[in-house]
Design a protein around this ligand. Structure first.
Ligand SMILES: [Mg+2]
Length: 233
């Protein structure tokens, strides 16, 4: 059994409930921008299309194929044109409204606070996220997560993105800690599990939907609920 001293968390889809917060935001925007007036799609279609487009664009962003600016602009353009709006019908400012509103939402995964309260006295807790610095700080303070964490490493501030192992090494250097004393927890197999493994860090794959992936190396641990961390740590 290894002795862990530092626990690294991913933020989106691991602690901060991105799905729920994004859904709430998109439903509000649908009303606010009166997207029903086109008579082309309902609120659920808007949400589902956005989700589909956003996942794909984030994948391109994580692979370094598009920039943050392209990600933010393209997701609404592709969603709305995909639902049948003409370019001149695209509502002005919807992308900015989303970026302003979504990070102020506060839904987190079940047992988030309980588990962090349990871990905080025993370990150094840190965030390693590919999200954008300013946005992640707003999410963390809105949902009262900021006080639990010492270092918040974003791809913007260190210059690397998960799964690049240099992102993890940046944190190890900063903490002056060896990889075997760290444990990374995250929901994205490629970014969080493979990235941490490449840096020599043990991994907890957070898989709440219990999705069976294609055949790939097992993470050190796999959990479907954050409360299971208490049995590991
Ligand atoms: Mg994540």
């Amino acid at each position: 059994m290894k002795t862990y001293t530092h626990i690294l968390f991913d933020l989106d889809h691991t602690l901060w409930d991105f799905e729920k917060n994004s859904e709430e935001t998109l439903y509000t925007l649908y009303e606010q921008f009166e997207l029903n007036k086109h008579g082309k799609f309902d609120c659920d279609s808007f949400y589902n299309k956005y989700k589909f487009v956003n996942v794909r664009l984030w994948d391109l962003y994580n692979k370094g194929k598009i920039t943050q600016k392209e990600l933010r602009e393209d997701r609404f353009v592709k969603t709305l044109t995909g639902l049948g709006l003409e370019p001149h019908e695209l509502p002005q400012g919807i992308s900015e409204a989303y970026t302003d509103m979504c990070p102020t939402k506060t839904a987190v995964f079940p047992f988030t606070y309980e588990v962090l309260d349990y871990l905080q006295p025993k370990y150094g807790l840190h965030i390693v996220t590919n999200g954008f610095k300013e946005v992640q700080h707003i999410k963390m303070s809105s949902s009262k997560l900021h006080n639990y964490f010492k270092e918040i490493i974003t791809s913007e501030c260190c210059g690397y993105k998960k799964p690049d192992r240099r992102m993890f090494e940046h944190l190890l250097d900063k903490l002056e800690v060896k990889p075997e004393h760290c444990l990374m927890i995250g929901d994205n197999y490629e970014c969080d599990v493979e990235g941490a493994r490449a840096a020599g860090i043990d991994q907890v794959y957070f898989n709440p939907a219990q999705v069976k992936g294609r055949k790939r190396p097992k993470p050190t641990y796999e959990i479907s609920c954050l409360s299971e961390l208490k049995a590991i740590l």
